[in-house]
Design a protein around this ligand. Structure first.
Ligand SMILES: NC(=O)c1ccc[n+]([C@@H]2O[C@H](COP(=O)([O-])OP(=O)(O)OC[C@H]3O[C@@H](n4cnc5c(N)ncnc54)[C@H](O)[C@@H]3O)[C@@H](O)[C@H]2O)c1
Length: 269
């Protein structure tokens, strides 16, 4: 039986002691996931290509944690790692660095992504197509494989993919984006199947339009018109789903696609 004080501290920081790695964490949704996880007590390793923006984000998160009301536990660590996630060697180095910094890994959030162009088949650029697969599919495969021993050693292992509604229903955006976001769902289910017997829970979130730099302001009006809730999501509204999937509350959920899209696609899948 927990004391009242311990219960209240566990409620405030339900992820205390967990170690998370979030890709694409310098800005947008990745930053929001990192904030959601570290304010719930998890130490966070932030990975991004953009070293300068990453440093600023890490400083802001640390400053926020310093002013947060002190809990019973020590403040979580915030560790920025500026790197490209798309090669096997860099993914392995990132995981080694993360484990060295925070002592293990319990939560992987595959969030990093690339902007796409609106092109049909004949205009599809091979290099762009490959680059989208590299960040959306190759990198999660390399990172998850490198992190496997750490996840197997964790008492609460979680792998969370940030896919997209366009991985569920293609709508004529770029071939590379649509196909790689769908492939993420296949990778997620394959991992979930293999590692369910070991208790590693693997799920995906499929956001609709979210107000980040990936959706330029000129598209917002058109997006609002087709989203039943009549607005784009804030990054924090996707991050709260990440925090749920990372938590003990989600202990019987694996291999699932959780849509967070303001009601888009109610008809169509
Ligand atoms: N914004 C949306 O409407 C929306 C909707 C559905 C899904 N998504 C997905 O959500 C995820 C986050 O998107 P966002 O909107 O926050 O985008 P964003 O462009 O604001 O952030 C993406 C981050 O990923 C980083 N990144 C890109 N390639 C990388 C690499 N090779 N190595 C390391 N870091 C890399 C970028 O530097 C950037 O900081 C992406 O996977 C995106 O496809 C976005």
């Amino acid at each position: 039986m927990l004391s009242a004080e311990a219960q209240s501290s566990t409620a405030k920081r339900p992820l205390a002691g967990r170690r998370a790695l979030i890709t694409g964490a310098a800005r947008g949704m990745g930053r929001a996931h990192a904030l959601a996880l570290c304010t719930r007590g998890a130490s966070v390793v932030l990975v991004d290509l953009d070293a300068a923006e990453l440093e600023t984000t890490a400083e802001e998160l640390l400053a926020g944690l310093r002013v947060a009301p002190a809990g019973a536990e020590p403040s979580p660590a915030v560790v920025p790692v500026a790197a490209d996630i798309t090669t096997r060697s860099s993914a392995e180095a990132i995981i080694a660095r993360a484990i060295d910094a925070v002592g293990g890994l319990d939560i992987l959030v595959h969030n990093a992504g690339r902007m796409y162009s609106f092109t049909g088949l004949l205009e599809t650029d091979d290099e762009d197509f490959r680059a989208l697969f590299a960040v959306n599919v190759d990198a999660p495969l390399y990172l998850t494989r490198a992190a496997l021993p750490a996840l197997q050693a964790s008492a609460h292992p979680r792998v969370i993919f940030i896919s997209s509604q366009w991985g569920q229903v293609p709508d004529g955006h770029s071939y590379g984006y649509m196909a790689s976001k769908a492939a993420q769902l296949g990778l997620m289910k394959t991992l979930a199947t293999e590692f369910a017997p070991q208790g590693i829970l693997v799920n995906a979130i499929t956001p609709g339009a979210v107000a980040t730099r990936m959706v330029p302001a000129e598209y917002h009006e058109a997006e609002r018109a087709v989203i039943p809730l009549g607005r784009l999501a804030e990054p924090a509204e996707i991050a709260s789903v990440v925090a749920f999937l990372a938590s003990d509350e989600a202990s019987f959920i694996t291999g699932q696609v959780i849509a967070a899209n303001g009601g888009a696609l109610i008809v169509g899948i």
